[in-house]
Design a protein around this ligand. Structure first.
Ligand code: C2O
Ligand code: CU
Length: 483
């Protein structure tokens, strides 16, 4: 029955061709704001000064001629109507990462829409129910398309903005560049796909290699960090500063200084920080990325201007942002499902054993080696995805609370993302998390277990996958249906 409905919806989509206007009413936000924004995003090849002089510009893929694409900024509850045009040499779609859109607007190719063909277009139209920091990116060939620069910030403002001196967005990008600043063409290297994913050699803030970020003594920033890298994980340390996390993945959290004052962001994850600038005028302080052992580097330097301090007294700690509109999961009565992640090389980066046994059947974890050929290297509950269109792994009843007990049996990190919902991360390795934080992407360490809880309130077929994009393309993806 359910399958029939799905098939007919799909053939309807396919029959009506490229341009489809979605009917998108989110029940939680339908009445909140009558404001509506019209936009056009054109995905096309372009040039960008990623490294800067004297290096030449880099041939990249852009939205509206830029990488990252233009920032989309809306008021909570308002509506967006956006025409996406594809002038790339391959199919694309746009996914609104973390925004709880209606299923037909979600940008999952073959599942929620036909892919946008070269020369074609698609109209996305939806309301934004929740405030916060989100982002957009293609969901077709995404390892290559995000890797070539297709990504952008998507900011939904609270009705009452937080009092800060500046609201700053850092879209973190990671590129693999040749010495002449061109993008290395080595996408889909099987060894990398079965290990950490394609990690680059050039980390950018808002599409540029940056050495300095100018700040003023005494000012307070709201810094919205977006990890838009295909595979790189960040752990940022603001030396001499105490960033306070006020939101993860757009969702408010009790304001707190993260463990070790380190802000950890797996691919696709976001953090909203309050950063006060206590340094002296004219001083500098590095922002270090210390995630990969032995590979720390300076992301950028906070460079204090010579202006006199903006205020004499430090500000009071920030208060918690108002809650978003997700229903509260009823954890006591939740139904629990096990989700097991397997595959990849047996050894993690920096672990002994190195590259031994790579790609051979015996080198794959979870006994999957023999079953997974043809580029399928990772699996969720024993199934390696081959493209988006697949049988749902789980069928959830609309309105009920579910716990997914995710067990990472691999030797690698996986940032696991569920479309269409935000969830609470309730335990890690069986221990209750301190903040029971809302997220849409949870970073799970090698051999770690994490439980997430949510109300399955958004009907449709939702992608559930690893956001290391090479892992996603090499099988670590499934569908969760809310019916
Ligand atoms: Cu940010 Cu399924 O994606
Ligand atoms: Cu992964």
């Amino acid at each position: 029955m359910a399958l029939d409905t799905r098939l007919s919806r799909r053939s309807l989509l396919l029959a009506s061709g490229g341009a489809i206007v979605g009917v998108a009413l989110w029940p939680g936000a339908g009445a909140a704001s009558s404001e509506s924004t019209e936009k056009r995003l054109v995905a096309a090849p372009g040039l960008a000064p990623i490294v800067g002089q004297p290096s030449p510009q880099t041939a990249v893929w852009c939205y509206n001629g830029e990488t990252p694409g233009p920032e989309i900024r809306l008021q909570q509850g308002s509506r967006l109507r956006l025409i996406a045009e594809n002038r790339l040499p391959q199919d694309t779609t746009i996914h609104w990462h973390g925004v709880r859109v209606p299923n037909a607007m979600d940008g999952a190719p073959q599942v929620t829409q036909p892919p946008i063909q070269p020369g074609g277009s698609f109209t996305y139209e939806f309301a934004v129910p929740d405030a916060g920091t989100y982002w957009y990116h293609p969901h077709a060939h995404s390892a290559e398309q995000v890797g070539r620069g297709l990504r952008g910030a998507f900011i939904v403002e609270e009705p009452q903005p937080l009092p800060v001196d500046r609201d700053v967005v850092w879209v973190l990008g990671d590129w693999r560049l040749e010495p002449d600043a061109s993008i290395a063409n080595d996408f889909h290297n099987p060894m990398e796909m079965s290990m950490s994913g394609r990690i680059g050699n050039t980390v950018t803030i808002n599409g540029r290699l940056q050495s300095k970020f100018s700040v003023r003594s005494g000012e307070r920033l709201r810094l919205r960090l977006i990890n838009a890298a295909p595979a790189r994980i960040f752990a940022l340390e603001f030396k001499g500063h105490r960033p306070i996390v006020i939101a993860y993945d757009g969702q408010p959290i009790e304001p707190h200084v993260p463990e070790g004052a380190r802000v950890v962001l797996g691919p696709a994850m976001r953090a909203d920080l309050i950063v006060d600038m206590p340094g002296d005028s004219g001083s500098t302080a590095p922002v270090m990325d210390t995630f990969y052992e032995g590979l720390s580097f300076k992301l950028v330097e906070l460079s204090y201007t010579d202006d006199r301090p903006l205020r004499a007294q430090p500000l009071r700690p920030p208060t918690k942002l108002p809650a978003n509109t997700m229903p509260e999961p009823d954890v006591a009565r939740a139904q629990r499902h096990d989700v097991t992640l397997t595959g990849g090389m047996m050894s993690g980066m920096g672990m002994s054993g190195g590259m031994g046994g790579m790609m051979g059947g015996s080198g794959m974890s979870g006994g999957m080696g023999g079953m997974m050929g043809n580029g399928a290297m990772w699996a969720i509950n024993g199934i390696a995805a081959r493209g988006h269109d697949m049988k749902p792994m789980l069928i959830l009843a609309r309105g009920k609370t579910y716990i997914l007990a995710i067990n990472n049996q691999t030797a690698w990190y996986h940032p696991i993302h569920l479309h269409g919902h935000s969830f609470r991360v309730i335990t890690r390795n069986g221990v209750a998390t301190r903040y029971q934080e809302w997220r849409d992407t949870v970073l799970i360490a090698p051999r770690e277990r994490a439980e997430i809880a949510f109300v399955a309130d958004n009907p449709g077929d939702w992608m559930f996958h690893c956001h290391i994009l090479e892992h996603q393309e090499a099988g670590m993806m499934s569908i969760i249906r809310v019916a």
